[in-house]
Ligand binder design. Sequence first.
Ligand code: SF4
Length: 359
Amino acid sequence: MNTKENIEERFHTFLDILSKNLKDIPAVERISMENEDIEEKAFKVLLSTILSARTKDEITLEVSKRLFKRVKTLQDLVDIEEEELEKLIYPVGFYRTKARYLKKLGKILIEEFQGKVPSRLEDLIKLPGVGRKTGNLVITLAYNDYGICVDTHVHRICNRWEYIDTETPEDSEMELRKKLPKKYWKIINMLLVNYGKKVCSPIPKCHLCIEEIKELCPYYHKIQRIEKVLKKYKFRRVSKNNIPDKKGTYILKIMLKESRNIKYGKNTKKFKKGYYFYVGSAMGEKNNLRRRIERHLREDKKLHWHIDYLLQYGTIKEVYISEEGIECEVSKELSFLESVEGFGSSDCGCRSHLFYLKI
Ligand code: SF4
C-alpha cells in the first residue's frame, strides 16, 4: 500500500541506491573537490555554477578550467574586458548575458562584500545572475553548510517519485526542506543532476535505469501498466495522418506543458502540467475513428466536448486505436491513474474517461 511512510522510505532507498552507484560526479562538485581553500572554492563554485545553467556538464568543466587559468581573483574579473570574457566562456549557454553578469558580480563583491563570496543564502541571492539554486550550491559545496540545491532535474525526479507534489523548483526546495532528512540535503543535487540528464530525463530512458531502482519506481510501474492495457485491448499506435475509416475506440495522449486553469462550460478547473490520456469512442458509421480524431486534431474546432477545452492548450502527442467498442472497459482499467472527473463520461457510469500522469 502506498502510505506516506512507504513513499518516503521508497524515495530514501532510491537515493541510497544512487549514492552506492554514483560514478558520474557533476562538473561543479568536481571543481569544489579540487580546491581546498574555502574562499577560492566559494569563488570557483559560484562562477562555475553560473556557467553551468543551460550548459552540458563537459562544457562547464572545460570552460571553468579555462576561465580559472585567466581569472584567478575577483579583481581579475573586474579588470578583464567583457569581450575577452565572452570569448573565454564560449560556448556555455547565454555566454554574453553571463559575461555581463559576471563582470557586475565581481564589482559588487569587491565593493559590498569586502571581496568575498557571501556565505549566507539571503546575501547570495541578491547577486546578479544568482538564484536559489546557485546560492544553495555555494553554501553546501563551498561552506559545507545545509542547503538544498533544486534544479529542474531534482524538481522533476522528486515529483516523479511522488515524494513531493509541487509546481516549481522553488516550491520543491521548500517542501524538501520540510521533509527530506538532513543527511541528503547536501548530496541530493549531486545524486540527481546527471541521472536526470542522462537517464531519468523528461522523457525517461527507463531501459538505462538501474534494475533495483526500476523495481521501486512508481512512474515506471504506471507506464508498464498503461502498456499492458494497450496490449490487452489490441490498441495500436497510428500516425495522425493515417487514421482508418473504421469504428472503434481511441486513446489520445495529450501533453500539457504548463499547469493552467481551464474554463469549460460554467466550470473552471486547474489542469496540472503533464500527460493526459483521453479515451474516446467512435462507433458510428459517420463518426468513425478518422472523423472523430481528425476533429480533435483540428485547430479551428468548435468547443463542444469538455476535452476540446483541454485541447486548446494541450498537444496530442500520440494516438492509439482499437477496432473494438471498449471505451468504458479501458477507462476502468486506466483508473489506477488520477481520474479527471466529469470528462467524457456523461452518459455512462464511469468516473471519467480522462486520466492524468505527472511528467
Ligand atoms: S525507471 Fe524510469 S522513471 Fe523510474 S527512475 Fe528510472 S528512468 Fe526514471
